[in-house]
Design a protein around this ligand. Structure first.
Ligand SMILES: NC(=O)c1ccc[n+]([C@@H]2O[C@H](COP(=O)([O-])OP(=O)(O)OC[C@H]3O[C@@H](n4cnc5c(N)ncnc54)[C@H](O)[C@@H]3O)[C@@H](O)[C@H]2O)c1
Length: 332
C-alpha cells in the first residue's frame, strides 16, 4: 500500500492526539510514529470507551502517553503548549449511551471541546487542529448521497453535542484564527476497533462473533451504509492537517460505495469462509434513533486534498478479521 503524500512532513513535528489510545487515534499514532513525529497521546481509558493500551503495541517507545481526561482543563493547559498539531479525537461514541446518560455526552463532546479550544486560544494559538466529527448530526437523510449542505437534524443527544463540538472548532478558526477543520466520519472499521460491544458500531460485535465462530444478528438488513477502512480515515486526517485549504472547512468522509447491511453480513461470511447470521427486527430503543439509509458524497474532500478510499470493504473486512483472529483476547 502506498502512503498518501505528506505523512513524511510530520517528521520532527510535535503532535498531540486526544483519544490517542482509541481505535482511530492509535492507528493515526502508528502512521505518524513511522514518519518520525514526536507524539503525545492523551486518553482517559474509561472502560466503556475504545481506549486500549494494546493499541500502541510496537510504538510504546515512540510515544508519550498521558492518562488524563480532556474534561480536565489543567491537564490540557499543560498538554497543548508547544504542540504543532492537535488531532482531536477523544469522544463518547455511543448513540444509545448518549440517550441513557446525556450529561456525560454533553461534558465530553460539547463542554470539553470548547474548553480545549479555549486552552489553545490562550496557550497555543499557532496550533493546527483536526476534529473527528460524525455523520450522525445529519439525522435521517432527506436525500442521498448526503453532501455537506444537507440540513443538520440530529436524532440523538450524541449528534447534537458532536455538532456543537464541530462548530466550536469552525468558530475558533474563523474568529480567532486557530486553524481547525472537521471530518464527518461515517462507519469506520478496522484493526483496533472496539469489538466488546456495539458502542462504536454494530460491525464490531459482528466481527467478534464471527471470530469466535458464533452466529450474529442483523437488524432488518436493507439499510444502506458507507464504510471507511481505518487507514483511509487516517489518510484523510493527515491530508487535512497538511492542507492550507482545509482550515475552517467541514468534509464528509465515506466509502467506495453504499452497501446494505445484509450485503455486509454476506461479505463477512464469505471472507471468513463460513458463518451464520439471523435477520431480526430492531429493538425499540435502537429503532427510535435509527437514521435509516445513509451514504455520503465525499467529493468536496476529494477536490480539496485528493482523498479517496483505497481499501474496499471486502479487503478491509478480511484484514480486520485476521487481526482479531490473532488478538481477540486483548479486546474482550
Ligand atoms: N468509529 C467510528 O465509526 C466513528 C464515526 C464517527 C465519528 N467518530 C469519532 O471519531 C473519534 C474517535 O473515535 P473511535 O472510533 O476511535 O472511538 P474510540 O472510543 O476507540 O476512541 C475514543 C478515545 O477517546 C477516549 N476518551 C473518551 N472520552 C475521553 C475523555 N473525556 N478524555 C480523554 N480521553 C477520552 C477513549 O478512552 C477512547 O480511547 C470520536 O470522537 C468519534 O466520535 C468515530
Amino acid at each position: 500500500m502506498t502512503e498518501p503524500t505528506g505523512a513524511a512532513e510530520f517528521s520532527g513535528k510535535k503532535v498531540l492526539i486526544s483519544g490517542g489510545l482509541g481505535f482511530i487515534g492509535s492507528t493515526l499514532a502508528h502512521r505518524l510514529a513511522a514518519h518520525g513525529a514526536r507524539l503525545t497521546l492523551v486518553d482517559s481509558l474509561v472502560p466503556e470507551y475504545g481506549g486500549n493500551l494494546f493499541n500502541i503495541a510496537g510504538i510504546e517507545d515512540h510515544v508519550r502517553v498521558n492518562i488524563s481526561d480532556v474534561r480536565d482543563e489543567h491537564s490540557l493547559r499543560f498538554l497543548v503548549q508547544g504542540e504543532d498539531y492537535l488531532f482531536n479525537l477523544a469522544g463518547q461514541t455511543s448513540h444509545l449511551d448518549s440517550m441513557r446518560d446525556p450529561f456525560t455526552d454533553l461534558e465530553i463532546n460539547c463542554h470539553a471541546q470548547l474548553s480545549i479550544l479555549e486552552t489553545c486560544r490562550k496557550y497555543n494559538p499557532a496550533i493546527q487542529v483536526v476534529f473527528a466529527s460524525t455523520r450522525q448530526m445529519y439525522g435521517k437523510p432527506d436525500y442521498l448521497p448526503v453532501n455537506e449542505k444537507h440540513l443538520l437534524r440530529p436524532v440523538d443527544v450524541n449528534g447534537i453535542n458532536k455538532m456543537a463540538g464541530e462548530w466550536y472548532h469552525i468558530l475558533y478558526n474563523n474568529v480567532y484564527g486557530i486553524r481547525a477543520c472537521a471530518l464527518r466520519l461515517s462507519n469506520t472499521y478496522g484493526p483496533r476497533m472496539r469489538v466488546k460491544d456495539a458502542r462504536q458500531t454494530f460491525l464490531g460485535v459482528w466481527l467478534r462473533l464471527v471470530a469466535q465462530g458464533q452466529p450474529f444478528e442483523v437488524w432488518e438488513g436493507h439499510q444502506l451504509r458507507d464504510f471507511t477502512y481505518v487507514e483511509d480515515a487516517v489518510d484523510a486526517l493527515v491530508q487535512c492537517a497538511l492542507s492550507e485549504k482545509a482550515a475552517g472547512q467541514i468534509y464528509n468522509l465515506g466509502g467506495e460505495r453504499p452497501y446494505s447491511l445484509y450485503e455486509v453480513a454476506q461479505l463477512l461470511k464469505e471472507v471468513n469462509g463460513g458463518g451464520n447470521f439471523t435477520v431480526k427486527t430492531f429493538p425499540p430503543e435502537a429503532k427510535r434513533i435509527d437514521i435509516g439509509d445513509y451514504y455520503c458524497d465525499w467529493g468536496l474532500l476529494h477536490k480539496a486534498v485528493g482523498w479517496e478510499p483505497r481499501v474496499h470493504l471486502r479487503e478491509g473486512l478480511a484484514r480486520t478479521l485476521d487481526y482479531y483472529r490473532k488478538n481477540l483476547a486483548l479486546y474482550l
